[in-house]
Design a binder for this molecule. Structure first.
Ligand SMILES: [Zn+2]
Ligand SMILES: [Zn+2]
Length: 82
C-alpha cells in the first residue's frame, strides 16, 4: 500500500539506516529536501540547505560522477530530547 503511494509521489520513503525506512507525506510539488532524524523520539524533520546542494554538486564534479539523486539524513537528538 505504501509502496503504491510512493510510486505515485504521494508519500516519500526516507531510508533511516539499519534497513529501516520512514514514510512522509510529500508536499504538493515536492520540494527537494533533506531530513534530520531524532534517534531518541524518532521525530523526522525536513530541511533544505542550498550550501549543501552546492557542496554535493562540487563533489560530483570532483569525483567525476554524475549524481542523479541523493538523500541525506542527519541523526541525533532533537531540541526536546537534548
Ligand atoms: Zn526527539
Ligand atoms: Zn539535496
Amino acid at each position: 500500500m505504501l509502496d503504491l503511494l510512493v510510486d505515485h509521489g504521494l508519500v516519500e520513503r526516507v531510508a533511516v539506516g539499519d534497513g529501516q525506512s520512514r514514510f512522509e507525506r510529500s508536499e504538493a510539488g515536492g520540494e527537494h529536501h533533506h531530513h534530520l532524524l531524532c534517534e531518541q523520539c524518532g521525530k523526522l524533520v525536513a530541511f533544505d540547505d542550498p550550501a549543501l546542494e552546492r557542496a554535493i554538486d562540487d563533489l560530483s564534479e570532483r569525483l567525476g560522477v554524475r549524481v542523479e539523486h541523493h538523500d541525506v539524513v542527519l541523526r541525533g537528538a532533537c531540541e526536546q530530547c537534548e
